[in-house]
Design a protein around this ligand. Sequence first.
Ligand code: ZN
Length: 62
Amino acid sequence: MSDDLNPQAGECPECAAVFVLPTGTVVGEILPCPDCAAELEVVALDPPRLALAPEIEEDWGE
Ligand SMILES: [Zn+2]
């Protein structure tokens, strides 16, 4: 049995918006919140959980 086709809804920890994760979303993926544009990391899929993605620090080291 596959649950790949089930739409899964996650909640934005920043603004509490609930939105359906795109089909094929995987744990670790970064999705932008459609409401507040925060970058959210998918930390679990069953049930879906979203966490604010850590800000990516650009490393300009030589
Ligand atoms: Zn949001």
